[in-house]
Design a protein around this ligand. Structure first.
Ligand SMILES: [Zn+2]
Length: 204
């Protein structure tokens, strides 16, 4: 059992805490970036949890999640813009526009940039809809509501299709990611509490 409450941001993950990076990520963290010796996962003096460290030079390899910034663009009619993904992961499935935050930009800039790149629409990010931790992917996903202020919706290399859905017509069975499902539900809970959303979803 975890010592600390996971909170609502952890509802889309069931990976245990305290074991470090997920396996797929650990496979690229085998050697010390300072001296090239093997890294070992275990207790390190002065640290309050097990970590990857180098026995040769004492370097500790701290591993932190990446931030994914996503957007629910809302039309003047109250419809939600979703894209049918043109790339993996989630190829052919519906998701909100978004992507990894670059190290030299703000969250707001990333929200605008990713939405423009994937949908052709210029948005003004507004309220934060939710924060979702996915331990298995080593990411934290933010979802913003956004007003559309310009541009023209059109397919892009990353989006086979860009479509506006009335809240009653969200394609729940074709959603790409659990974080998309959660963001849509959190948005509906806030903006359209009169509507019910279905329980199941097919995405990962
Ligand atoms: Zn080293």
């Amino acid at each position: 059992m975890d010592k600390f409450d996971r909170g609502p941001d952890g509802r889309s993950t069931d990976v245990a805490s305290g074991r470090g990076a997920p396996t797929w990520m650990a496979s690229s963290l085998k050697f010390c970036s300072r001296c090239g010796s093997p890294l070992r996962f275990g207790l390190v003096e002065g640290e309050d949890r097990e970590r990857l460290s180098c026995e040769a030079c004492g370097h500790i390899a701290y591993v932190n999640p990446r931030l994914v910034v996503t957007v629910l663009p809302i039309t003047d009619a109250g419809e939600i813009i979703l894209i049918r993904r043109g790339i993996e992961p989630g190829l052919g499935w519906w998701a909100q526009p978004g992507g990894f935050l670059e190290v030299d930009e703000t969250v707001n800039q990333a929200a605008i940039r990713e939405t423009l790149e994937e949908t052709g629409l210029l948005v003004e990010p507004g309220e934060l809809v939710g924060i979702y931790t996915r331990l298995e992917a080593a990411v934290v996903t933010l979802a913003f509501e956004a007003r559309i202020v310009g541009g023209t919706a059109a397919p892009t290399p990353e989006a086979i299709e860009v479509a506006a859905f009335a809240p009653e017509r969200i394609p729940w069975s074709g959603i790409a990611f659990s974080t998309t499902t959660w963001a849509l539900r959190d948005w509906l809970d806030r903006r359209r509490p009169d509507l019910d959303w279905p329980d199941g979803h097919a995405g990962g």
